[in-house]
Design a protein around this ligand. Sequence first.
Ligand code: ADP
Ligand code: MG
Length: 239
Amino acid sequence: MLLEVRKLTKYFGGLGAVKEVDLHIEEGEIVGLIGPNGAGKTTLFNLITGFYRPTSGTIRFLGEDIVGLKPHDICQRGITRTFQVVKPLSKMTVLENVMVGAFSRVISKEEARQAALQELEFTGLLPKKDLLARSLTLEERKRLELTRALATRPKLILLDEVVAGLNPRETEETIAIIKKLSNRGISATAAVEHVMRVIMSISHRIIVLHYGEKIAEGPPQEVARDPKVIDAYLGESYA
Ligand SMILES: Nc1ncnc2c1ncn2[C@@H]1O[C@H](COP(=O)(O)OP(=O)(O)O)[C@@H](O)[C@H]1O
Ligand SMILES: [Mg+2]
């Protein structure tokens, strides 16, 4: 097993953002993490990647306890993430941004450049490589972040709201890239708030968070019919 999370809990003062969540990810698996705004998806990613320390619970990656490790160390071990709010290094070019990711794995500039070029080709961003990151559209910035994350050569990538704000064509393109991750043996967990249909179509398994708790888990078709899940979503949209 790649990742095994047990009874993971994070309180901010009296607020339980993540409560006793169990989660496991297998190699090459694509897992959809869905839940309304505030459900705890981003917090869960922050816990797994070492940005927050859990209140309680365990996180094991490739059999080793990673709680307490710094984000950089966790990245070295093979977990990386993208951020809900994308923030590329705006005064650097696209290529340089991706090289920053690659430097977590390689030492020489030339190796980093080669690795970055390969990932840019994989995500289709190669034609933009010499542009300044700040001149990119939202879609391209999201794509850049994904490319930079891939350049760290992850075994598991956590994608936070990867398709939020994208139009249908851009969404399809991003989905195609995520599907290809599996072929490279990279596992992915994609957190999404409102694009149920999209995540249903690419995930091997779906996990539903609601007020910090896991309320459902299973194959996409099963989860979509689950009354608890339907309630959680209707509750949100009528609120
Ligand atoms: N750093 C923080 N300090 C205090 N409360 C937080 C912090 N981060 C998240 N929260 C709260 O935790 C809950 C879960 O938030 P979040 O993980 O961002 O949900 P999601 O990503 O599913 O929308 C929310 O109520 C949010 O306000
Ligand atoms: Mg979030």
